[in-house]
Design a protein around this ligand. Structure first.
Ligand code: HXC
Length: 272
């Protein structure tokens, strides 16, 4: 594809949404200690929510919580859990409820990734990514659903676009993310009658993330031959803006959707 002559601006959600739309709301975000999920948490806190961020590395979570609280003036607590271990998630939910009394929004974002051809990928390596991404999403929904029902809240599941086509060296992540999309659809159908919405955000190559580093070997780059209609890679802010919209009352009729945040690149994957 001819490189786009255009490069979309990177906008802050506060240019469009009021700063108090999430006042009194609570976000529970797995994978919130870094990358896209940290960016989504920051944006949602900037619109008034308090948050609990969940991950395996308590030092990183503690640092991220302080940073998020300082930047937004809201409360953020770090909760250590491994999404593969349901009891640790249940403990994290209990602590979040003890602290905040409610959970309105859940982001299922904890993920693992590395590049490997199937010939080199061990059974345990495949299983590990399925367990983090897919089973971890199930475990997170299972641990939070009663509270999200009570709040008539919403889920965002973080997926990817790489499983829409065959992406080499990504058999484990492709299978895992296809499962995540499927889980979200079922939650949307089963929980809609309880007032709960569930949607998927599928970021493309996202600047400054671990996923970008894994896929390209660099954290920020211009991939050879890469182009999309909007002329740049995904920024964390793009995904954060979509998360603000999806949790906002403006999206109250939107559920069971998978939304690529990739500047239209998914339709051009064959050209990469
Ligand atoms: C081949 C590998 C490997 C690699 C690990 N394994 N890294 N195999 N190539 N680079 C194998 C190990 O050898 C082992 O199999 C099995 O995977 C489990 O590895 P552990 O290190 O024991 O597991 P664990 O400590 O739980 O680590 C999980 C992890 C890790 C996924 C392997 O890389 C991780 O947590 N990464 C950080 C998170 C991350 O990558 N986030 C980015 C997500 S981006 P054996 O057989 O030896 O026992 C994303 C979106 C992508 O998901 C979309 C982009 C467009």
């Amino acid at each position: 594809m001819t490189p786009s002559a255009y490069s979309a601006p990177v906008m802050d959600s506060r240019s469009t949404f009021k700063e108090d739309i999430f006042l009194g709301k609570v976000l529970f975000c797995t994978g919130g200690g870094s990358g896209i999920c940290k960016g989504m948490t920051e944006a949602i806190m900037r619109h008034g929510a308090n948050a609990a961020i969940i991950g395996r590395n308590l030092d990183r979570l503690t640092q991220a919580s302080k940073e998020l609280a300082e930047k937004t003036g809201k409360v953020c607590i770090p909760l250590q859990a491994d999404v593969r271990q349901p009891q640790t998630l249940r403990d994290a939910v209990r602590k979040a409820i003890e602290k905040f009394g409610r959970i309105d929004f859940v982001i299922c974002g904890a993920a693992g990734n590395f590049m490997s051809p199937i010939a080199a990928l061990s059974e345990n390596a495949f299983r590990t990514v399925i367990e983090i991404d897919t089973l971890g999403t199930y475990n997170t929904v299972k641990a939070t659903i009663s509270h999200v029902r009570e709040a008539k809240g919403a889920y965002i599941h973080v997926s990817a676009t790489l499983h829409y086509r065959g992406t080499p060296y990504q058999i484990h992540v492709s299978a895992a993310k296809a499962g995540v999309d499927a889980i979200s659809n079922v939650i949307a159908v089963e929980e809609g009658p309880h007032g709960v919405r569930s949607n998927v955000l599928a970021p493309g190559f996202t600047t400054g993330t671990e996923g970008m580093r894994v896929m390209t070997g660099k954290k920020t780059n211009k991939a050879e031959g890469f182009s999309n209609p909007l002329g740049r890679f995904t920024e964390i802010q793009d995904v954060a803006n979509a998360a603000v919209y999806l949790f906002s009352p403006a999206a109250c009729y939107l559920t069971g959707q998978v939304i690529p945040i990739d500047g239209g690149a998914e339709h051009l994957r064959g050209d990469f």
